[in-house]
Ligand binder design. Sequence first.
Ligand code: TPP
Ligand code: MG
Length: 620
Amino acid sequence: MKTKRLTMAQALIAFLKQQYVERDGNEQQFFAGVWGIFGHGNVAGIGQALDQERDFRYHLTRNEQAMVHTAAAFAKMSNRLRAFACTSSIGPGATNMITGAATATINRLPVLLLPGDIFARRNVAPVLQQLESEHSQDLSVNDCFKPVSRYWDRINRPDQLPFSLLEAMRVLTSPVETGAVTLALPQDVQAEAWDYPAELFEKRVWHIPRPPAERAMLERAAQVIRAARRPLIVAGGGVLYSEASNALAQFCQQTGIPVGETQAGKGSLNYDHPQNLGAIGVTGTPGANIVAREADLVIAVGTRLSDFTTASKTEFQNPDVRFINLNVAGFDAHKHAALPLIADARVALEELSTALSGYRVSDEYAVQIARHKQEWEAETDRLFNLRHGPPLSQSEVIGAVNAFSQPKDVVLCAAGSLPGDLHKLWRTRDPKGYHLEYGYSCMGYEIAGGLGVKLADLTREVYVMVGDGSYLMMAQEIVTAVAEGCKLNIIVLDNHGFSSIGGLSQAVGAGGYGTDYRYRHNDTGNFDGDLLPVDFAANAASLGAHTIRATTHEDLLKALDEARNQTRTTVVVVEVDKEKRVPGYESWWDVPIAEVSEIAAVQRARAEYEKAIKKERLFL
Ligand SMILES: Cc1ncc(C[n+]2csc(CCOP(=O)(O)OP(=O)(O)O)c2C)c(N)n1
Ligand SMILES: [Mg+2]
């Protein structure tokens, strides 16, 4: 057998370079490179290997959590056909990645995490940053990755590596199983050599399958659809990952069946497609939510049916409602006791189109859909043109960015009040034009994620819309964007605290307590003093960005224009009115209210809650 004597870390990098994926005959390299921060737990192993293998590009992040977000956003933008690896030192560098790992896994996005780990050799324990345990020596902080990884392993000997690498690739490239994959790499083992079989380093192409639905199930699904009077499609992220937008558009055009889009699925259809009712669920449009309430059949395509989509299981109120779940994962396909169509979205939608030839929804239903759409466009225009303030309303800022951006540009967001407003209002004109991380809704994803999106497609302008809270949590990747020459347009919406959780706090009777960014007041002892003088523009400028302050609508339009003409990452800071919110429409979210309290507002909220929760359904 031909072998190559390499350290474990050298072998790992040499292997990653040779991994390719292929779907629909298109082949491409799977790993675009590796993100990392070196410490003693990886510098002599992975760090040395990367120095030796300069054609496997190394990117230096400023925070390990951020780099996992960057990697996940890159994979999402690439429809999971490309990914990054992430290397960290041991201890805090490793555990910083856990939030990123959870974000990736919950959103079903492939990232390969390579945390350094404590010595396998043990004789020098406890080493710096080691979590000691009295009951086991087979334990380190990296065990914390287990629940947030779809595959987890620790490489305790260099000869274990090949078998773990093949498992890692199987999971990363599987549309069903993908998520974070963690290979914990003990510091000493990274530097140990072994005679690796040369075969391990040959080019390997992983086929990404498009499994068709079982014929019998497809026929049953077609029968059920033909019998339905008010069918509705819920389009999730799976539509986009499968590149099924055209198939869905054609299916809807042919059948007249309307669509509600989840956060991950927004963009499945262009906003002006006649059957697109827009956002569905807690942050949905009135049309999508009214149609959902009355639907007798829900065809859920590529969605996890999270509580934001199902309005905490109150979204679908027709007593006879049934579900067909078209999903590549059996787990999701069986939710809500659905008829499971386990298949690739694109393939199955094309097959269903054929099976439903001649079928079309009633004229009455079609008229209702058209009316909802028209009314929603008028409501969006109203919210885009409020001319409130200054401070401006958030909806006007969204309207300005939406109108200014080009169809193929990407808007990106993750947490706060922006995701709901964007879900409702953003007029998406390209399947990849709307990028919301709303599986984990992780504050701090925004700027780091924007970098991943930009790296995935340098031809598009990326508009990162970020609240002041999220910005303060993780703005340091501006430095990384500047270093990489990777231009982002970052719009900071400063409302001096948490509009989202502040509003929620008011709704649960807690009066917005603890959700404003203010000085602690000497008299009251609470944070109800003056507003804090945080200067976001000065902060962004200090990190190397071009910065612009905007106060009025006209300022904002000028700022967007100036930003577009910049080659450097540009941060536009605009103050918005926290209390001028976009309303909710025909929906509800289960946030349990205190069962007992002396406060009248809490008692009132509880009474409303007890009524609302009765609408939750079981779907067994
Ligand atoms: C890491 C993390 N911590 C806490 C939360 C809970 N949370 C959701 S939104 C929010 C406030 C966000 O503030 P900001 O970014 O200013 O947006 P705004 O609500 O003002 O629109 C918080 C604390 C979260 N989603 N993620
Ligand atoms: Mg805020």
